[in-house]
Design a protein around this ligand. Structure first.
Ligand SMILES: NC(=O)c1ccc[n+]([C@@H]2O[C@H](COP(=O)([O-])OP(=O)(O)OC[C@H]3O[C@@H](n4cnc5c(N)ncnc54)[C@H](OP(=O)(O)O)[C@@H]3O)[C@@H](O)[C@H]2O)c1
Length: 232
């Protein structure tokens, strides 16, 4: 891929550009996010991300997973995007955040995961569904009426997780931002203007203080931009 920043280079190794360090901030795991959006800010085309992605983006998606100890994702993204386990035997476990626990327990995400899928839920979740979740994988309870992001991240840290990769969706990432837990944002800008009423990559009711970010690298391939930001 061509590097634009921090210095122009005709071809760089993507793994080198996205290498750490990722030190634990204030004793909790490092939280990074990976998202894709159109130039005009839509996080979806036709309700999904596939048309925003590219071969290089998919390569980066798997590379970032290889750098993480767990992939944190909202239940709606799991349902809409048909999530399976992370690729390969050494892939990190997927941790699904859900209150409803309306998840397909017979899907590959639960039946074929080499590292058991984690369900992050709250006390208010339906008891029978919670038992089903416990049969299917591991359950973390991190909140009463809803999952509290800081509790969820701390619980993952107690289980030895040093790097959390949040893959969205917009509602979950909005909560991560509002909780002040976003340490790194890897965003792909797809060369499309989508219009419509699609979501942004992070949204929700609980917008808090904006998180300042600094751009540490910018790569380009086939008009897709790959921007890596760290907390400013
Ligand atoms: N462009 C991108 O980078 C990107 C990335 C990911 C997804 N997407 C797209 O975004 C859409 C899905 O995103 P979304 O914002 O609708 O949903 P989401 O963030 O993936 O998931 C929302 C769901 O997660 C659970 N949840 C989130 N916060 C919770 C909390 N504090 N406590 C308990 N449960 C919580 C709830 O699940 P329950 O309903 O089960 O209780 C909630 O309905 C899809 O269209 C997908 O294609 C885009």
């Amino acid at each position: 891929m061509r590097q634009l920043l921090p210095v122009p280079l005709p071809d760089v190794e993507v793994a080198d550009v996205y290498a750490g360090p990722r030190p634990a901030p204030e004793g909790r795991p490092w939280v990074m996010a990976n998202v894709v959006a159109s130039v005009d800010g839509s996080a979806v085309v036709g309700g999904r991300t596939a048309e925003l992605s590219s071969e290089a983006d998919r390569h980066l998606f798997h590379l970032l997973r290889s750098l993480a100890d767990v992939v944190l994702v909202g239940a709606n993204t799991v349902r809409v995007e048909g999530y399976g386990p992370a690729r390969g035997a050494g892939g990190p476990p997927i941790a699904v955040v859900s209150r409803s626990l309306e998840l397909d327990w017979d899907s590959r995400l639960f039946t074929e995961a080499s590292a058991p899928t984690i369900v992050v839920t709250c006390t208010a979740a339906d008891a029978a569904r919670r038992r089903r979740a416990e049969e299917a994988g591991e359950v973390i309870v991190a909140g009463e009426d809803h999952v509290e992001i800081d509790r969820a991240v701390a619980e993952l840290g107690r289980r030895g997780v040093a790097v959390v990769l949040c893959e969205g969706g917009p509602c979950l990432l909005g909560e991560v931002v509002a909780a002040g837990h976003l340490d790194e944002l890897c965003t792909t800008v797809a060369p499309l203007a989508v219009g419509g009423a699609g979501p942004r990559v992070a949204m929700g009711a609980g917008a808090g203080t904006p998180v300042p970010l600094r751009l540490v690298s910018a790569l380009e391939e086939h008009d897709h931009l790959f921007l890596r930001y760290l907390r400013g």
